[in-house]
Design a protein around this ligand. Structure first.
Ligand code: ADP
Ligand code: ASP
Ligand code: MG
Length: 464
């Protein structure tokens, strides 16, 4: 069971998560994120330190305050005393990492990863202590010692066989002795003992990785919405709960920005056939979403999602190089630099490829392309978003793309680039960023996504 940042926020969140765990059958492993806001704060602190500005001490002080306040409400006696010591130690280490980061720019990624994941150490220790205070045997475990990665800065890839041995070696004895392990999400480590992370939002991935190697029967993702919805409810108020989603659909939705599940989290579960459930901590009795290998649900399009901050790179080949040589070079280099390719289109006649990547990866993409030998010109449009309609049953259903682009056109929304693979699982369109909210709502409406599959017209549920 993985608990997200809002699900462990403050004394109330910790108390709720502990109740869910205390009421669960034996054999559960908990994975926790940092309290909501903590990772951002810790990162701001170290970024300030790296830039020679004040801010590190304030971030440490606020982190310390928030955790001590929650601990003070929920713990007493020795548990409280131990937790206070732990908070002091972790925040002191955070300040030291921040100072080292400022002093040695060449090692900055390493210290940044250790510092930014300090919140998970605190939330795991606190939740384990709250459980023990309630009489549940529980132990906090640092996943930096369990999940081994290749150590690639800020985008590490997990090493499965090595992680399997460590996870099983550490967690199975705890489970056999009736102790509930409370494992830090987000954090992983190298064989040399350095801390790496699994990327922002990566605690979902921690949970499915641990599930894969144990192996677990199911993974439950506890979060702040009722499950996977037909759209982000922050953008589409009448978004509807999807009770069942296939692995393939979940993969598309999470890859294209449905934050409720991290984009790397689906594969470990899918490859071992482990069912994922998504549930709302605030409404544990709700059915949630079940993600598993299943036949496509009827009804064509099922959900619409978006990567809001994207950019579109138009890459032109040097004379005579040809599109294939250019593509081979560009994508080879993108792979080495771990750049996310959101969408690709090409114009063979003009020897041009067009690639959408997340804005946060633009600087890295530019760096890589500067070294490319078959490239003549690079044009960047950085104020765009990628909107994606997903549904396995779209395969072979005529008219969905027509409906989508007709509706966007009627709304006056210009489509800059389009892609659909032969699996017909997802149709993606690039639009101006200022149009993206409208585009998502328009597609949700015209594809009737708030209507239950197979039965038109039922009123949408209110989910938040
Ligand atoms: P946690 O902190 O529990 O990991 P996140 O904030 O990472 O939670 O993810 C949950 C959020 O994902 C929701 O609050 C919602 O705004 C967003 N979201 C985006 N797309 C979807 C979707 N299709 N279904 C459900 N939630 C979505
Ligand atoms: N705390 C980390 C983040 O904010 C990881 C996570 O919450 O999944 O990105
Ligand atoms: Mg998340």
């Amino acid at each position: 069971m993985k608990f997200g940042g809002t699900s462990v926020l403050g004394a109330q969140g910790m108390d709720r998560a502990a109740s869910i765990l205390a009421g669960s059958p034996p054999g559960v492993v908990a994975v926790v994120s940092a309290m909501a806001g903590t990772t951002d704060l810790l990162l701001q602190g170290v970024e300030s330190a790296a830039a020679g500005r004040p801010g590190l001490e304030a971030a440490a002080a606020e982190t310390r305050r928030a955790h001590l306040a929650a601990a003070g409400d929920l713990l007493s006696g020795q548990e409280l005393a131990d937790l206070v010591t732990e908070v002091e130690e972790v925040t002191a280490k955070y300040r030291a990492d921040g100072a080292r980061l400022a002093a040695s720019p060449s090692d900055s990624d390493r210290y940044q990863e250790a510092a930014s994941s300090a919140g998970e150490l605190l939330s795991a220790s606190l939740l384990a202590a709250v459980l023990r205070e309630r009489g549940v045997k529980a132990a906090a475990v640092d996943s930096a010692e369990l999940l081994l990665t290749d150590g690639h800065p800020l985008a590490a890839t997990p090493l499965i066989p090595e992680s399997r041995e460590r996870v099983r070696g550490r967690l199975l004895p705890l489970l056999q002795s009736g102790t509930l392990p409370v494992v830090t999400g987000f954090r992983a480590g190298t064989a040399r003992g350095e801390v790496t992370t699994l990327g922002r939002g990566g605690s979902d991935h921690s949970a499915t990785l641990i599930a894969e190697v144990l192996p677990a029967a199911e993974v439950w993702i506890w979060t702040d919405v009722d499950g996977m919805l037909t759209a982000d409810p922050r953008l589409v108020p009448d978004a509807r709960l999807l009770p069942e989603v296939s692995y393939a659909e979940a993969l598309e939705l999470s890859y294209f920005g449905a934050k409720v599940l991290h984009r790397s989290a689906v594969l470990p579960a899918a490859s071992s056939g482990i069912r994922i459930r998504i549930k709302n901590t605030m409404r544990p009795e709700g059915p949630g979403t079940v993600i598993e290998g299943r036949a496509p649900a009827p009804g064509g399009a099922r959900a619409v999602t978006l990567v809001e901050e994207a950019c579109l790179l138009t890459i032109t080949a040097s004379p005579g190089a040809g599109l294939n040589r250019l593509a081979g070079e560009v994508f080879g280099r993108f792979a080495d630099a771990r750049i996310t390719t959101l969408l690709v289109t090409q114009s063979s006649a003009e020897d041009v490829i067009c690639v959408a990547v997340p804005v946060v990866e633009l600087a890295a993409a530019r760096r890589v392309l500067r070294q490319a030998s078959y490239l003549r010109a690079l044009d960047v449009q950085d104020q765009v978003s990628v909107v994606v309609v997903v549904g396995e049953a779209m395969r072979g259903t005529a008219g969905i793309a027509g409906k989508m682009f007709g509706a966007l056109g009627n709304q006056g929304i210009n489509v800059i680039a389009i892609s659909q693979g032969s699996s017909e699982l997802a149709v993606a369109a690039v639009v101006k960023r200022r149009d993206v909210g409208d585009a998502v709502r328009t597609l949700h409406r015209v594809l009737k996504l708030s209507h239950p599959e197979g039965g038109p017209g039922a009123p949408p549920q209110v989910l938040r």
